[in-house]
Write a protein that binds this ligand. Structure first.
Ligand SMILES: Nc1ncnc2c1ncn2[C@@H]1O[C@H](COP(=O)(O)OP(=O)(O)OP(=O)(O)O)[C@@H](O)[C@H]1O
Length: 623
């Protein structure tokens, strides 16, 4: 690096180890910009969020690593504060701690203070005061921009619908989303709004609750420089409205860099600069790190602070870090943290909305999202066609002699598998795609797990009912099964309930998995033994050990219900010269149709309750 000779005089004075747990300091504090260097939009009503001596340590396989080494700083309202630093410097960790998203655990230690206008704010208050826009956009793909904002507004704001519409319109206008307000958010399957617009919707979702502090983790990542600049303008507008806006940025263009009010630079868990971005060039130049005239200062700082391997730093990296951390005086920054009048400070608690209203809103939102999901609809229709062709070709006209019994059993088991597996796959894939949204809204206290699961179940019910009725209708008549209105109705009911049983298992697996791919793979592993013990195949080896699995198998109850429904009051000519035979005798099933249906309903409810517990534990872990 070009700056190495300039470092030599500093390097001689350095005796400390840069990877130690404290940010170093020596007597160079005349170089450090103070809070007076920054002018604020409205000093009377301003807010100041500060963090003091934040230390974050993680225990990695009995090796304690210090990620943040006692960093301090502040951000004021009316000012866009940007956090920059090399990859792994601790930017996201610092923002997470400020927002109360990370807490101390068995293998992590956190110490330090988070203050708002000089008064400590606890984790709970921070959650209600601070809006956090994560790097990944957590949005439902099949809602429009306006619907996404309206639903979150309805879930978080009590009051008449006019007030809610007014608020949503205001946010759409502020975020310049008017042109796309009726466009879908989109997904990999359906084309939606652009990345920059999606990020603005994510910001809008957070603004609904009117937070005083907005924190953003790399909001411009993946955006081109023009779109990134539009987003930065939005953040500047928000700060000028009197909000504290803190954002990490990876590689801002020079025109974005020039718009930043306050710059905080982190390196290896230490603050190396905290002051106006406009004065950073001069500051670094005084230390011997002159940013060439035509170079973007952001690029220059990123290169300067880059550390390839924190554990094996090169001599050059150590020297640069030593120099910067030695000069930077944390205690001066702490002393200079402004404490504005606390008149404008009001820590809001979430507004109360009845659980019934939340349930109705979630049902409505879930219904719209499910209705517009073309992937699920196409998959379901294709499955229907394949099953119909297969059953009509292979099993049509089953007859009523000895051989027909085997065929009917086979086809009933095939239908059982279809009902359960389709329900299982649908739910196992549906939950992971919504999991981030559930976790985000649950952690904000917008609704509880029970309401979420119940609303999900109810909003999907019409599609399951319709799908089950169509499949059952097609299968029943393609196969010429027991032609009796009552039996047909029970057949449809069993098919629907079997689908719900599979769905219940899918809920559990989906709740445990982060991605749809993992959920689908795990659900197959989960379902395979249950399928083997479904009652169709008689197990001989090791049956004495594993026979209990039968009672946990949804296939067992559904298949039994189908066969009892089909064969009751039906006789077969097993032996043309002998007496009529009852196929149920061979199957050795001992449940009546009512008992089977009851067992299926209990199973479907219990599995959903288990998934509810899993989601609750997951939510509690992240609180
Ligand atoms: N709980 C944890 N366990 C182990 N390591 C952790 C933990 N939390 C953070 N780290 C490590 O701390 C370092 C800082 O992480 P952080 O995500 O804050 O970096 P960053 O500055 O935001 O980087 P980037 O710009 O690449 O996102 C990383 O090396 C990360 O692996």
């Amino acid at each position: 690096m070009d700056n190495l000779p300039a470092l030599e005089s500093f390097a001689l004075q350095m005796s400390s180890n840069p990877s130690s747990d404290k940010c170093l300091s020596q007597d160079f504090n005349q170089l450090i910009p103070t809070s007076e260097d920054i002018s604020y939009a409205d000093s009377e009503s301003s807010l100041c969020l500060s963090w003091r001596n934040i230390l974050y340590q993680v225990d990695l396989h009995h090796n304690e690593e210090t990620i943040l080494k006692g960093v301090s700083g502040y951000a004021k309202s009316g000012t866009l504060t940007v956090l920059m630093g090399s990859s792994g410097a601790g930017k996201t960790t610092l923002l997470d701690i400020i927002a109360g998203r990370i807490r101390a655990s068995d293998n992590t230690k956190i110490s330090g203070e988070i203050l708002l206008n000089g008064a400590a704010i606890n984790v709970l208050s921070r959650k209600h005061t601070i809006a956090y826009v994560t790097q990944e956009d957590v949005l439902l793909p099949y809602l429009t921009v306006k619907e996404s904002l309206s639903f979150i507004a309805k879930l978080s704001m009590p009051g008449p619908s006019e007030k809610i519409t007014e608020k949503v319109d205001q946010i759409i206008k502020k975020l310049k989303l008017g042109q796309v307000s009726d466009n879908l958010i989109g997904s990999v399957i359906v084309k939606g709004i652009s990345g920059g617009e999606r990020k603005r919707v994510s910001i809008g979702m957070e603004l609904i609750s009117d937070p005083q502090i907005v924190i953003l983790d790399e909001p411009t990542s993946g955006l081109d420089s023009f779109t990134a600049e539009v987003l930065i303008d939005v953040l500047l507008d928000l700060s000028r409205d009197g909000k504290i806006v803190i954002s990490t940025l990876h590689q801002p263009s020079s025109s974005i860099f020039n718009k930043i009010d306050k710059l905080i630079l982190l390196s290896n868990g230490c603050t190396v600069y905290d002051g106006p971005s406009s004065k950073s060039r001069k500051y670094f130049s005084k230390l011997g790190f002159s940013c060439p005239k035509l170079t973007n200062p952001a690029d220059y700082y990123m290169n300067l602070l880059h550390i390839i391997d924190r554990k094996n730093m090169t001599e050059e990296e150590k020297n640069i870090l030593n120099t910067l951390t030695s000069v930077y005086e944390t205690k001066d920054i702490i002393q200079n943290i402004p404490i504005p009048s606390s008149n404008s400070l009001a820590i809001k608690s979430p507004q109360k909305i009845s659980n019934f209203r939340k349930f109705c809103i979630l049902c409505d939102r879930g219904f719209i999202n499910a209705r517009r999901n073309p992937g699920a609809l196409i998959a379901w229709l294709m499955l229907l066609i394949v099953i119909w062709v297969l059953t009509d070709l292979l099993f049509h006209d089953l007859g009523n002699d000895f051989h027909s019994i085997q065929n009917i059993n086979g086809v009933l088991y095939f239908i059982t598998m279809n009902a359960i597996m389709s329900g299982n796959a649908y739910s196992a894939m549906g939950i992971p795609s919504e999991r981030p949204i559930y976790l985000k809204e649950y952690n904000k206290g917008i609704y509880g797990t029970f309401i979420y699961i119940l609303a999900k179940l109810i909003s999907e019910l019409p599609f399951h009912l319709l799908g089950a009725a169509m499949t059952a209708l097609m299968l029943y008549f393609a196969l010429d099964l027991n032609l009796n209105a009552g039996k047909f109705f029970i057949f449809c009911l069993i098919f629907f309930l079997g689908h719900q049983m599979g769905g219940g298992l899918g809920y559990i697996v989906g709740a445990m998995c982060k991605t749809q791919e993992i959920a689908l793979a795990i659900s197959q592993i989960f379902v395979a033994p249950l399928n083997a013990y479904g009652g169709m195949i008689s197990m001989s080896r090791l049956n004495y050990i594993f026979s209990w699995i039968t009672y946990f198998s949804p296939f067992y109850y559904t298949f039994q219900a189908f066969t009892v429904n089909q064969y009751t009051d039906m006789n077969f000519n097993c032996d043309p010269n002998g007496p009529k035979c009852d196929p149920l005798d061979d199957l050795e099933f001992d449940f009546s149709i009512e008992m089977c249906i009851m067992a299926i309903i209990i199973y479907a409810i219990l599995t959903r309750l288990i998934s509810l517990i899993v989601l609750k534990i997951l939510g509690a872990k992240q609180k």
